[in-house]
Design a protein around this ligand. Structure first.
Ligand SMILES: Cc1cc2nc3c(=O)[nH]c(=O)nc-3n(C[C@H](O)[C@H](O)[C@H](O)COP(=O)(O)OP(=O)(O)OC[C@H]3O[C@@H](n4cnc5c(N)ncnc54)[C@H](O)[C@@H]3O)c2cc1C
Length: 422
């Protein structure tokens, strides 16, 4: 191994057990689980850039201060992955010394209320129906007329995704993992069978390992040289500093589908929390009913045709979609009429979706596995998804838990050329 900025966990041949490419939510969790199971593991991936405008990528999809966490879900597989992850939050916080979980509760207006309630209760969530008038009186939240409203009590609420990644990194390092805080530009297999190794490299050097996990989120799929079937969709989030009465600590997280503005299929918010600039900000986002693939010009494009990483970088250098921003302003005004924002800003983000709606945690070839496709719900469940990826590359399969087919990768037929660098 010829990597800068690492301790060296390699054996005498310079080969580690596993290299994990991508230090986002899922990759960092995989690294921790691998290190704690005694594997010699190296994580390769950059830290979040301090200056987005000059950063040429890759970007992560967790670059802000809040993600909703909840067990309650109309989908039992998602509820189970969340529950397994949430059960480990406290231990991870204790061992890392980093607090990332804030159980402020959740208010939900689901598409199918009865199914949401039944599945959530079966999964162990503290779910119940609430009276919209009482909700408005106690929180100021005004739901669309006629909506049935659910509430999910603690541990539902929010997590700070940056702090969760930091916590995973701290505990993984304590267990012996090494970190190369650089992007990978190449992934190459050498040899065959038991003697084969996979080499992950870049201008910084390279790491050789028996197995690799590619957990690069929206970026870096070209490392594989074969196209994973995913869509990468731009999302804009609005950050709002609120006037009283709804201030810090008084609001739960929120999900409403459909959203109060018909340009948005659904909306969510994470309640006001401190941001690095010293402001305390509510984050509201949604999904536009007409959401283009990044880089797509117009109709006629295959919706599964992903944009280039360069186009995604340009998206991250911008300030978001004006239509989405306007619709989010309208939604916030409708849902929280008593607390108009006195300051707002916007942040670009990217959603990575698979055809199944579940992350692809699967073999790419005999040595390389993927753990890609958060589908907009994987932050809260990233510890369990990372654990599954770790199990795949150490045990060969996902073991007990969801059937392998749930997380099967779907591969597009066309190959892509492997990068030569940059
Ligand atoms: C706007 C928005 C809101 C969301 N809200 C929620 C929510 O409330 N609750 C929830 O549970 N989920 C939410 N999600 C989903 C959640 O954030 C994602 O599912 C999650 O971030 C996916 O984790 P990941 O590890 O796959 O990707 P990421 O967190 O994006 O991490 C991927 C990492 O790979 C790195 N990488 C890429 N290419 C390379 C390379 N070549 N070499 C090395 N490293 C590389 C990147 O730098 C990055 O750090 C939301 C997503 C979006 C877009």
């Amino acid at each position: 191994m010829t990597a800068a900025r690492t301790d060296n966990p390699a054996d005498r041949t310079g080969v580690v057990d596993v290299v994990v490419v991508g230090r986002g939510l899922i990759g960092s969790a995989a690294v921790r689980h691998l290190a704690e199971s005694g594997r010699r593991v190296v994580a390769v991936g950059p830290d979040e850039p301090t200056d987005w405008a000059s950063w040429t990528g890759p970007f992560s999809s967790h670059g802000d201060q809040g993600r909703i966490t909840r067990i309650a879900d109309a989908d039992p597989i998602k509820a189970d992955a969340a529950r397994r992850s949430i059960e480990r939050y406290a231990e991870l916080e204790r061992r890392s010394g980093i607090s990332f979980h804030h159980p402020c509760g959740l208010v939900v207006v689901p598409l199918d209320f009865d199914r949401w309630l039944a599945t959530s209760l079966a999964a162990g969530a503290e779910a119940a129906e609430v009276d919209p008038a009482e909700l408005a009186a106690t929180t100021g939240i005004t739901v669309p007329a006629g909506a049935r409203v659910g509430r999910d009590g603690p541990p539902a609420g929010m997590i700070n995704p940056r702090d969760l990644v930091r916590a995973q990194n701290v505990v993984a390092r304590l267990a012996g993992a090494s970190i190369v805080a650089e992007a990978a530009t190449t992934l190459t297999s050498h040899g065959t069978g038991r003697d084969g190794v996979v080499e992950v490299g870049g201008p910084w050097g390279s790491v050789r390992a028996r197995r690799a996990v590619v957990a690069t989120g929206s970026f870096g799929h070209h490392l594989l040289g074969r196209r994973l079937d995913v869509v990468r969709r731009p999302r804009t989030v609005l950050l709002a500093e609120l006037d009283e009465p709804a201030g810090p600590g008084t609001l739960p997280s929120l999900i409403v589908a459909p959203g109060p503005d018909d340009r948005l299929e659904s909306i969510y918010w994470v309640p006001p929390v401190p941001y690095p600039d010293g402001r305390t900000l509510l984050k509201i986002g949604g999904s536009l009913t007409s959401n283009p693939v990044v880089g797509a010009d117009a109709a006629g494009l295959d919706p599964h045709d992903p944009a280039t990483d360069r186009e995604l970088v340009e998206w991250f250098h911008g300030s978001g979609d004006p239509t989405e921003i306007e619709a989010l302003h309208q939604s916030l005004a409708a849902m929280l009429p008593g607390a108009p924002p006195r300051w707002t800003s916007t942040v670009p983000c990217v959603y990575t979706g698979t055809p199944s709606g579940y992350p692809a945690i699967d073999w790419f070839d005999e040595r390389v596995a993927v753990a890609i496709g958060g589908n907009g719900w994987s932050a809260k469940s990233s510890d369990e998804l990372g654990r599954l990826a770790a199990a795949l590359v150490t045990d060969g399969d996902l073991g007990q838990g969801p059937d392998q087919t749930v997380f099967a990768a779907s591969w597009a037929t066309a190959d892509v050329s492997r990068p030569t660098g940059g």
